[in-house]
Design a protein around this ligand. Structure first.
Ligand code: CDT
Length: 308
């Protein structure tokens, strides 16, 4: 058995006016709870340190950059790293990253149990748009504020497991899981901020959005025989509702833990990495069963081309 006790640290809303320090204090409270539950890994949401600022249209680059972190850890997050080191808990969380050479990414990091950053992933599938859209009920300007990630989907070995990361919208794309599946991923950790309603269709509410989120993660888990830990930032943020629905999914695609609230809430599960072995050696033994001669379009074409 290769067990990792994982804490999925769902976070309630971060308001625009909340300081990084106040938000980190809530992350620390979740970390303490995780320590009491015996966790050795705690996963927090996408853009954990701020409000989901891409809902706001901004033209002033200095204002935009105020939502970004130029180093990690930094003054605000150092207490989280220090406490995680004391407790021997690895942490993973998302934040807006501004690199020294001026690039803007939607990023997630993973540490080891000594609080060293051992892995960094930058979001690939940026949803939304880059200019103000009068047709939407609210804005989703990730394409304005972030560049598509430059990391691809690597995996890392830590805590005796093969671990990969993705961020929010990446979870809806089977390609994200499969690229990691081909590298033997056993645990996918991801955070998200998903509005409770569709800005382009007011009839689409929370039920359908929770269903699509869970459908994507359970399918990704099953089809790649991997654990998936999906962690929401939830609740009413700046007057805009974000859905919860954080889940831990086993390599058979079963949801083994599910959030009950839209606030700060820790889900805990002892995840045995060996549970992924059977699927990887049988129905999803990629080496024996994949037919790559028929998959070329997936890596050579984006849009749909109808030729008939
Ligand atoms: N943050 C993020 O990527 N949110 C998107 C909203 C898309 S609308 C379905 C998500 O995939 O949840």
């Amino acid at each position: 058995m290769r067990e990792i006790v994982i804490g999925a640290a769902q976070m309630g809303p971060n308001q625009k006016a909340d300081s990084r320090e106040a938000i980190v204090a809530r992350m620390l409270a979740l970390l303490e709870e995780a320590a009491r539950a015996g966790c050795t890994l705690v996963v927090y949401p996408e853009l954990a340190l701020t409000t989901f600022f891409p809902r706001w249209y901004m033209e002033d680059q200095a204002e935009v950059d105020g939502w970004f972190e130029t180093e990690m850890p930094n003054a605000a997050t150092r207490p989280l790293f220090d406490r995680a080191r004391d407790l021997g808990i690895a942490i993973s969380f998302g934040y807006a990253e501004l690199t020294p050479d001026g690039h803007h990414f939607n990023t997630q990091i993973l540490t080891d149990r000594q609080a060293n950053i051992i892995a960094k992933y930058r979001k690939t599938h940026l949803p939304g748009h880059s200019e103000y859209d009068t047709e939407r009920a609210f804005q989703h300007l990730e394409k304005r504020y972030f560049e598509p990630g430059d990391t691809g989907f690597p995996v890392w070995r830590t805590q005796d497991a093969v671990v990969g990361m993705m961020i929010c919208n990446d979870r809806r794309w089977p390609e994200s899981y499969r690229v990691m599946g081909l590298q033997g991923v056993e645990l996918v950790i991801l955070g998200y901020n998903t509005p409770s309603v569709n800005s382009q269709d007011s009839r689409e509410g929370e039920d359908k959005r929770l269903y699509h989120s869970e459908l994507s993660m359970t399918a990704g888990a099953y089809q790649n025989a991997t654990w998936v830990v999906g962690v929401a930032k939830a609740g009413d943020e700046d007057g805009h509702p974000l859905m919860g629905g954080s889940i831990i999914v086993d390599p058979n695609g079963y949801v083994v833990e599910r959030a009950k609230t839209t606030g700060d809430e820790l889900l805990v599960h002892a995840c045995d990495m060996d549970l992924s072995v059977f699927g990887k050696e049988t129905i999803f033994d990629f080496k024996r069963h994949r037919r790559i001669e028929h998959y070329g379009l997936i890596a050579s074409q984006t849009g749909v081309v109808v030729k008939v």
